[in-house]
Design a protein around this ligand. Structure first.
Ligand code: ADP
Ligand code: MG
Length: 142
């Protein structure tokens, strides 16, 4: 599925639809350059899960857990981890194979421990189509 958005609000809405459709135990990876809209999309996903508290970037923690929505939301950012061992230390399997939605920013960096079945979300800019244009590709893997 390829979607094109022309504003942060549209990207948020797309995230909201993804969050509403999410099922317990799913794992999404989210890839895209700095400033492309990963946090905007993630905030939409959280809204779609009926989470009302603000979503911050899990910069110092690898994973941020939100329990108040219609299922737990496990928000990972693995951009800075040096080794998948750090994922083992935090017990990632309990999240990936648990009852919530896992969203892994920069999930491609830990490819070897990702579940075979997952959704990949890629956000890209195309400056020829305008500063606020984003191409968002959602692909089922496995
Ligand atoms: P990231 O988390 O990928 O670093 P952010 O979500 O924090 O990026 O920031 C995206 C920035 O791009 C925000 O300032 C947002 O307002 C802006 N923006 C402009 N157009 C869009 C769009 N179509 N979708 C998402 N964000 C957009
Ligand atoms: Mg971000």
């Amino acid at each position: 599925m390829i979607q094109e958005t022309y504003s942060p609000e549209e990207t948020f809405c797309l995230g909201e639809a993804l969050g509403k459709a999410a099922k317990p135990g799913e794992v999404y990876t989210l890839i895209g350059d700095l400033g492309v809209g990963k946090t905007v999309l993630t905030q939409g996903i959280a809204r779609g899960l009926a989470i009302t508290e603000p979503i911050s970037s899990p910069t110092f923690t690898i994973v941020q857990v939100y329990e108040e929505g219609r299922m737990p939301f496990y928000h990972f950012d693995v951009y800075r981890i040096g080794d998948v061992e750090e994922m083992e230390e935090i017990g990632y399997e309990d999240y990936f194979y648990g009852e919530g939605l896992s969203l892994v920013e920069w999930g491609n960096l830990i490819e070897e421990i990702l579940p075979g079945r997952r959704k990949e979300i890629l956000i890209e800019k195309d400056l020829e189509k305008g500063f606020d244009y984003r191409k968002i590709t959602v692909r089922e893997v496995g």
